[in-house]
Design a binder for this molecule. Structure first.
Ligand code: ADP
Length: 605
């Protein structure tokens, strides 16, 4: 589903975000820098023709001065023109560098804000999909540099165009055959460069994907978060091998790109040098016959070889850059076209009058975008507010997937999910966020003060009394009270004065966040998985005792914790295979629950 929508979007891109729109946006974001860079490049583009004519004028006037046919002063003007063009050529790049720094700073502010906002509004499904994650990385990393370089490259294309045309005009004024030869060689060179630009961008995509992966292994090898297990397990050499393998792969692709570009440019330059020699030979008889002045001949020699240089090196790199820009704009548009969640950035909206009554899955079938197998297959069940429920099942059975669907993170399922008899897709995103709170297994540990860590669960008004109450209920209050700055103590390892919590304390904090959120529907999705089974059961029992009156779903693969629920739903092969109280299910001799319970019984003895 995601793929289809994604490729449909991709087709629209070429029409929508083309180079014209790109340039319009550049002028909107950085008006003066874009204008200054354009002026600089335009003057630069006429410089070779100007220098050729000035050199020719200088040589011819000097010749006439030496023959005594002209006054000495006549060389001053051409000499001044040559000097002025050289000063421009040498001084202006520095000014241009300053423009470039200012432009990139400004672009960083504008574009980074844009893409960060877009990222926060993206539908959740994109953030879990490898292809779209790669795309997001490609578009957003160094976006300011990419935009600026693309713009400069476009300008360089214009410069080169003017440069080549003006030089061809001068060459053709003296030898039309030379001009035709230059044009004949430039067309296939241009075409080749364009082809190579496209294929290079494809290879660069592979490199970025490889880089993302080896950066991950790099983090494992260097970051503090992994330090403890790194020492304990001594896995560094295994991870190093993985890192090295991916790094080498990426290096090989990068070398291939460079090698291709280099051989292409080199072969182009050899051909064009030969063309330059031929043109010089063609012009020799005119010089001999006196149809052409020595000044023009010398000016043309410089010009033709300058042109050859431009055509072989600069043209390839400009066209390569243009092809790369085309591909980048496709990606950029695909990123901008990714669907957004309505109200993604709005705070949860809590309807004080909302009273939870029931939740129902009606024949829900779901698979993750781009995946082959259904995770849920015609899954149906109904939950009522009077009871508490536990979902159990082996790892990978689909328990967390059910949580994600309830939260509305994916809406690409078949069937219906109803809350109080109403399709969840008809509730607003902010409204749904205000209804449901989840404590996940891989919850985030924020390097923020204790109270803010809890306040994150309910971004409405801050209530210190409620924070304390929540901490007290999960048995964390004594520990927090003894910290240097009480509930304002920074947690984690970011600040010097921070205090870090143990794994179990973090989990209690997560449960406190859930309590503070005071939502109608609460889901505990194994936030206690790293505790031992008995401790997990205790936390679940604790939650049950402190969350009286609220609807709670427990998700676990440990049955000791599940037994505290009134009703247990056993998930297997994408649907509910058994349903009942602990005692009922444990008594089913050949049941799945019975078998799981027997194999786990020793954990609790
Ligand atoms: P459980 O919570 O029961 O352990 P999950 O709901 O997390 O199981 O996963 C169910 C299945 O869906 C597993 O096979 C898992 O590999 C797969 N899965 C989970 N998340 C994704 C995802 N983002 N993309 C693709 N497959 C996924």
């Amino acid at each position: 589903m995601l793929e289809i929508r994604y490729s449909e979007k991709k087709k629209m891109i070429i029409k929508k975000y083309n180079r014209v729109l790109f340039i319009t946006n550049i002028f909107k974001y950085i008006p003066w820098q874009a204008t200054a860079a354009m002026g600089y490049i335009l003057v630069f583009s006429l410089l070779p023709a100007f220098q050729t004519l000035a050199t020719a004028a200088f040589v011819d006037s000097a010749d006439l001065v030496f023959k005594g046919e002209q006054a000495y002063e006549s060389v001053f003007l051409p000499l001044f023109c040559i000097a002025a063009s050289l000063v421009y050529q040498n001084m202006m790049p520095m000014v241009n560098n300053l423009i470039s720094v200012s432009a990139q700073n400004q672009l960083r502010i504008v574009l980074k804000t844009q893409v960060v906002c877009k990222q926060t509004r993206l539908k959740y499904q994109y953030l879990e999909n490898e292809d779209t994650c790669d795309l997001i990385g490609r578009v957003c990393q160094e976006i300011d540099r990419k935009f600026w370089e693309a713009y400069v490259n476009l300008l360089n294309g214009v410069r080169l165009g003017i440069n080549i045309v003006s030089m061809i005009v001068i060459v053709m004024a003296h030898t039309w055959l030379g001009g035709v030869l230059i044009i004949a060689v430039s067309i296939p060179l241009l075409y080749l460069a364009e082809l190579m630009g496209g294929s290079n961008y494809q290879m660069e995509k592979d490199v970025e994907s490889l880089k993302r992966r080896y950066h991950y292994f790099g983090q494992i090898l260097t970051e503090r978060e992994y330090a403890y297990e790194r020492k304990l397990f001594g896995y560094s050499s295994l991870i190093k091998d993985k890192y090295k393998k991916l790094f080498n792969q990426s290096y090989q692709v990068e070398t291939k790109i460079l090698r291709k570009s280099y051989t292409h440019m080199k072969s182009g330059s050899i051909i064009t040098i030969l063309i330059g020699m031929v043109i010089m030979a063609i012009l020799l008889p005119s010089l001999e016959r006196g149809n052409m002045s020595a000044g023009i001949y010398i000016g043309l020699v410089g010009a033709v070889f300058g042109l050859v240089q431009s055509m072989s090196w600069q043209m390839s790199s400009v066209v390569l850059g243009l092809a790369r820009l085309k591909e980048y704009l496709k990606d950029y548009q695909a990123f901008m076209d990714m669907e957004e969640e309505d109200e993604a950035c709005t705070e949860p909206w809590i309807d004080e009058n909302f009273l939870f009554q029931s939740m129902e899955f009606r024949n829900v079938t779901f698979r993750y975008p781009g995946m082959g197998d259904d995770v849920l297959n015609n899954c149906s069940f109904q939950l009522n507010s009077e009871k508490t429920y536990a979902f159990v099942g082996a790892n990978g059975a689909g328990k967390t997937t059910i949580t994600k669907l309830i939260m509305g993170l994916y809406d690409t399922y078949e069937g219906e999910i109803l809350i109080n008899g109403r399709d969840i897709r008809t509730y607003g995103y902010a409204e749904r966020k205000g209804m449901i709170a989840v404590a996940f297994q891989d919850f985030a540990r924020y390097a923020l003060p204790v109270d803010q860590n809890i306040h994150l669960g309910n971004m409405g008004e801050y209530d210190e009394g409620q924070v304390q109450k929540a901490l007290d209920k999960v048995g964390l209050w004594d520990a927090v009270e003894n910290m240097k700055e009480g509930i304002h103590t920074n947690l984690g390892k970011l600040e010097e004065e921070s205090t870090d919590l143990s794994g179990g304390q973090w989990q209690r904090l997560e449960v406190a966040r859930l309590l503070y959120a005071r939502r109608a529907i609460n889901i505990l999705d194994e936030p206690t998985a790293s505790l031992d089974p008995m401790a997990e059961t205790r936390i679940y029992e604790l939650f049950r005792s402190v969350s009286l009156g609220r609807f709670v779903i427990y998700i676990t693969h440990r049955l000791g914790a599940a037994r505290i629920a009134d009703e247990i739903l056993v998930l297997k092969d994408g649907r509910i295979a058994e349903k009942g109280s602990h005692d009922q299910l444990a008594a089913l001799e050949n049941g799945i629950y019975h078998a799981m319970y027997e194999s786990q019984r020793k954990w609790y003895e």
